[in-house]
Design a protein around this ligand. Structure first.
Ligand code: PLP
Length: 399
């Protein structure tokens, strides 16, 4: 056999940071006191009433296939959510429920992208986007978002990146990894460019409820009817309701796109887990008190983390308005040595920090920002205090 593995699989980049993640796990397993800022999920439990709804679904025998696009009551609840939170009116036929927002993103890309298409991805980006785009045969085109502009791109930046081959913009606000949240005015400017160029927008709004300082995200699909016809909005319950393991994500799309995704999903995976779907109905229809509580805790940690970073010479942070990550800019320290070894990049920095102080971070190179480390603040305040003390000691030890 000549080509055992399909060509498209070779386009996926191996995870550059896998070695560090594995090392940190091994250290933890060996009983070492590792403080991990690399967590990508809320450190809260799924609220009890959601768990009860899942148990009730099990007891009621809701353990069979559902429609591939999701239970109708769930899709109706999602329509209500879009109307209430985003001012967007959809029919249940435009909603597809999948196995997590990551699956929704894959489906959306697979449905509209083909060989030769270009997809604009603002960097720093969530590391899955480029890989999905490449698997679909398209080419990622990056916009370099500057720290000076809070890691946001402008309408002019977008315009400059568009070519006749551009098919889609991936727009993630609030952003993983930067925490950047675009204002309504900024979103409207970006939408104008997309409308003019007639390109799709994949709007990843998974962190929409995790915003601080009264900052409110604005859905790009809301800008105009034309924009709504060009937008596939992705959301899910993983982050908002601390439900990462339940695997439920969803999207709202123009009718033709939703129909294509439904057909594809029906053959690829069928429906998302029936029990998780019942739990999601409960989550979406519940009061927001638990979310507010979680947001308040994250906000306190965010403030403390930023304060502690401020006390370390040679590094900076761009204040995030959403999600639960901070990009720590460490590029100014490259060229210095830790333990006699010169640090040239984010992988070497993260590795040296892990070795010296048992602090795990994610090297920025995985997000297209090699002068940064991503710190998650999904860990206790006590661990944040201790972790930052260690980072400060490490930075001060560099020669
Ligand atoms: N989008 C972004 C920006 C994320 O950070 C994540 C998870 O880390 C996802 C989508 C996927 O979420 P899930 O597949 O758990 O719903």
């Amino acid at each position: 056999m000549k080509n055992r593995i399909a060509q498209r699989m070779t386009t996926i980049s191996p995870s550059l940071t896998l070695a560090i993640a594995a090392k940190s796990k091994a250290m933890k397993a060996a009983g070492e006191n590792v403080i991990s800022f690399s967590v990508g999920e809320p450190d809260f439990n799924t609220p009890e009433h959601i768990i009860q709804a899942a148990k009730a679904a099990l007891d009621a025998g809701q353990t069979k296939y559902t429609p591939s696009s999701g239970l109708l009551p769930l899709r109706k609840a999602i329509c209500d959510k879009f109307e209430k939170d985003n001012g967007l009116c959809y029919e249940p036929s435009q909603i597809i429920v999948s196995n997590g927002a990551k699956h929704s993103i894959f489906n959306a890309c697979y449905a509209v992208l083909e060989e030769g298409d270009e997809v604009i991805i603002p960097a720093p980006y969530w590391l899955t986007y480029p890989e999905v785009v490449k698997v679909c045969g398209a080419t990622p085109v990056y916009i370099d978002c500057k720290k000076e502009n809070k890691f946001k791109f402008s309408a002019a930046d977008l315009k400059a990146a568009i070519t006749p081959k551009t098919k889609m913009l991936i727009f993630n606000s609030p952003s993983n990894p930067t925490g950047a949240v675009y204002t309504e005015a900024e979103v409207r400017e970006i939408a104008k460019v997309c409308e003019e160029a007639d390109i799709f927008v994949l709007a990843d709004e998974i962190y929409e409820k995790l915003c601080y300082n009264g900052v409110k995200p604005f859905s790009i699909a809301k800008c105009s009817e034309k924009m709504k016809e060009l937008t596939i909005t992705v959301n899910g319950v993983s982050k908002t309701y601390a439900m990462t393991g339940w695997r439920v994500g969803y999207l709202a799309a123009p009718k033709d796109v939703a129909k294509a995704i439904d057909s594809f999903q029906s053959h690829a995976t069928s429906n998302a887990c029936s029990i998780s779907q019942y739990a999601t109905i409960e989550a979406l229809q519940s009061s927001e008190a638990e979310i507010e509580e979680m947001v308040n805790v994250f906000d306190k940690r965010r403030a403390r983390l930023l304060q502690l970073i401020d006390g370390i010479d040679g590094v900076q942070a761009v204040k995030p308005d959403g999600a639960f990550y901070v990009m720590l800019v460490v590029g100014g320290l490259y060229g210095k040595s830790a333990n006699g070894k010169v640090i040239h990049n984010s992988i070497e920095f993260a590795d040296a920090l892990l070795d010296a102080e048992k602090v795990a971070t994610v090297p920025g190179v995985s997000f297209g920002a090699d002068d940064c480390l991503r710190l998650s603040y999904s860990l206790s305040e006590a661990d944040i205090e201790e972790g930052l003390k260690r980072i400060k000691r490490f930075v001060e030890s560099l020669q």
